[in-house]
Every structure is written in C-alpha cells, then in structure tokens.
Design a protein around this ligand. Structure first.
Ligand SMILES: [Cu+2]
Length: 408
C-alpha cells in the first residue's frame, strides 16, 4: 500500500516535470491550393495551425521554378499569427510551372507547409474573326477584322491579307491597320477585276501571327464606263450645251467621252457627237450645227477598253430661227401651199412626211432632188430667192403636190 502510493507520486511528479520542460518549436502549417491562375498572377495561401508556443511574426507563400522553394526565393508577406491567410502571387512568367510552399516564422525558425505545383497560362497568338467583304469594285474591296483577345501579349500589327489561293498569309498582299484588340476596317486595293480572292484578318502579337476565318469574294469584272448626261442648256437655233459625268471607268481607262445627238432617240457615236477629253469626271459639251426648231435627242457617251456606254437620254428643241421661211412637207402636201417672202429670203422645205419628196421648179430652174424622210438637216432643202416674182413648184415624185413662193 505504501509502495503503491510512492509509485503514483513518482509517476505524477515525472509527468508534470516533463510538461514544464516541453520546448518551443517552429510553427505548424499547410499550403492552400492555388487558384485564379492567369498569365502572370495566381492566388495561394496557407493555414498556420500551431505557433509552436512562440509568436508567428511572418507568414506567406514562397515559390520557385525549382522544387522546395524557401523564403530566399520569391515570397509574399501576409501578416502574422496563426490561422488562414491568402497570398497574391505576382510577377510570374506565362506558361511556366512553379512550386509553392506556405511559410511561417517564429523565434525558433521558419517552417514550411506542403509543396504544391501549378502552371501559369501560356501566352498564345491573338483570337480574331474576319469581317465580311463589302464595297466590292473592280480593283478594291473593304473588309477588316475583330480581335477578341490578345491572349496575354499586346497586338502590334493587324489587318487583312489576301490571295487568289486559299489560306492567304502576311507574306503576301496585306494591309496594316493599327494595333491592339477590337474591330478594325481594311481597304483592299490593287485587286484584279473579275477575280476570286481569299481574305483573312490577321493579328500579330509577341507569340506570332494568327488569322481569322477565311472569306471568299469575286471582284467586279471590267465593264464599259458608268455615266450620266447633263440637262441641255443655252439652247439657240443652231447650238446648245450639254455634257456628262463619267462616274466610273469600271476598271478600264476612259479614252473618249462627249455627247452624241440625233433627231431620233438612241443617238450613238456613229452619228453626230462631240469629243470632250478622256478619263472620269464631269465634262461640258457644245452641240453645234443644229437645225432650228428641231427636236433632238442627246446622250453622253464614254469609251473604255471594253466598249462605249451611254448616259441617260435628254431631249430638247432648238429655237426657231425667225429670219428663215419654212415650208413643211407633210401628208402629201406643201404647208403652207403659198408662202410670201421678202427679196433675198431663203426658203427651207422640211420633209416631215413618211415618204421622200422633191421640190422642183415648174420651169425647171431649180430642183431639190429627193428629200429623204426624216426630221433633221438631211431632210431639208433650202433655196434663196434673189429676184422678185412668183415661183410655182411641184413634187417630181407626186405631181399632184404643188406650191407657190411669192417674192416681193
Ligand atoms: Cu412627193
């Protein structure tokens, strides 16, 4: 009984003595999982679960591209004491594997948590799309692109590239339309008419050049020019002013332009016309040699390597020349049948009928010959009367048609 008591007392003393002499240690901690990883940042942290009986004066995470990082490598400082802490890792390199450990320091020393490895996001070429092609002409078109992300490296050049073969690259024809992300517009020039092209947007960053989706388009073929006809102004009995505007040469230089006119609709350059230079743009045309009191049709024209095109048609009527005496031939009759004119007047007969006629002196002193059908200069006959008298005439083709000129 006495022995037993002594033994318990001894054990008790031994135990309490051991407790008092338990030494302080470095802290105990664990490393948190790494999250929110970007190209050059990440979020980590740790949990100091025990201070080792001494105050934790520093804590954080440390990391390295080699295993077993220490606080002599890159590290954060995230306060003091025990408990959970969050660490922001910055200055990381993209596309790199790192080893990270939490750390906690007290007066005894620095302890490390478990090691975790993670990799930052790798830099990539930019992501982009190609804009639909619009404004297609013979040698030009408009496209562009939209760069949705630089993928960690600034976009230093962008534009579109094109080729007559698929998968165009910047080693061929391309534009240069600034830098950075977002949408941009590109003007394609120097294209060949009537040709199929393949176009892709491109973006170049520090990693390299990437391309958007490929789009196909066909340039407009070369055509005859496009033009309009000016309204007719400054109309006299023998002249008028018109002109036109060649709005496009449609891929082939304009070598001739002007206006053509006729007494019938649809005047062409096979008939009467002006020549007013070359190229595109506005030009002015002076119409001369017109017959007074006559309805004319006028169209501008422009000729390029493909052919001649005509503008819209305008019509006008020249002013009647009051000094001129006119007899109209119509419906198998001379109208007026008798005309009285002063000495030295010129009488003009104009055939407005649908068959040819003549104006033939009854005494055979003058004869027009056949006056053909029409409404212009070619369908008229003029004769000056230089002596007072009465002159009877008829149509040699239709002798029942007669008329008289009285010169006073
Ligand atoms: Cu006749």
């Amino acid at each position: 009984m006495k022995h037993t008591f002594i033994l318990i007392a001894m054990i008790s003393a031994l135990l309490s003595g051991c407790k008092k002499t338990d030494p302080s240690t470095v802290p105990s901690l664990s490393t948190a999982a790494v999250s929110v990883i970007t190209f050059n940042t990440a979020t980590g942290g740790g949990d100091v679960t025990a201070d080792g009986k001494e105050v934790v004066t520093a804590r954080g995470v440390c990391w390295s591209t080699s295993t077993n990082p220490t606080i002599s490598n890159s590290k954060t400082s995230d306060g003091a004491g025990t408990g959970v802490f969050v660490s922001s890792l910055t200055g990381l390199s993209a596309g790199t594997t790192y080893y990270i450990r939490s750390y906690a320091t007290n007066s005894i020393g620095t302890a490390y948590g478990n090691e975790i490895s993670f990799a930052t996001n790798a830099l990539k070429t930019a992501a982009l799309t190609t804009t639909l092609v619009t404004g297609i002409a013979t040698t030009t078109a408009v496209s562009g692109g939209n760069i949705s992300g630089g993928n960690g490296s600034p976009v230093t050049d962008r534009g579109v590239c094109w080729n007559i073969a698929t998968n165009p690259t910047i080693t061929g024809s391309h534009t240069s339309d600034g830098n950075g992300t977002g949408s941009f517009t590109s003007s394609l020039t120097g294209l060949s008419p009537g040709t199929t092209y393949y176009v892709r947007a491109f973006a170049t960053n520090g990693i390299g050049t990437s391309y958007g989706n490929e789009i196909t388009f066909v340039t407009s073929p070369i055509q005859s020019p496009t033009l309009t006809t000016d309204a007719v102004t400054l109309i006299t009995f023998s002249t008028a002013t018109s002109g036109g505007n060649v709005t496009s040469d449609n891929g082939s230089p304009v070598t001739a332009r002007g206006v053509c006119w006729s007494i019938s609709p649809g005047a062409t350059i096979a008939g009467t016309h002006t020549s007013d230079g070359s190229g595109t743009g506005v030009f002015v045309s002076n119409l001369t040699g017109l017959i007074d009191g006559t309805l004319y049709y006028v169209r501008s024209y422009a000729t390029n390597g493909i052919g001649t095109a005509y503008g819209n048609e305008n019509s006008f009527t020249t002013v009647l020349n009051p000094a001129l005496y006119e007899v109209i031939i119509q419906s198998m009759a001379f109208i007026p049948q008798t005309i009285t004119v002063p000495l030295n007047a010129t009488v003009r007969w104009r055939n407005k009928d649908n068959v040819a006629h003549t104006v033939t002196s009854d005494n055979a002193s003058w004869d027009s010959g056949n006056i053909p059908v029409g409404n212009g200069k070619s369908s008229t006959f003029s004769f000056p009367f230089t002596a007072v008298g009465t002159y009877h005439y008829h149509c040699a083709l239709h002798p029942m048609m007669t008329g008289t000129v009285i010169v006073q």
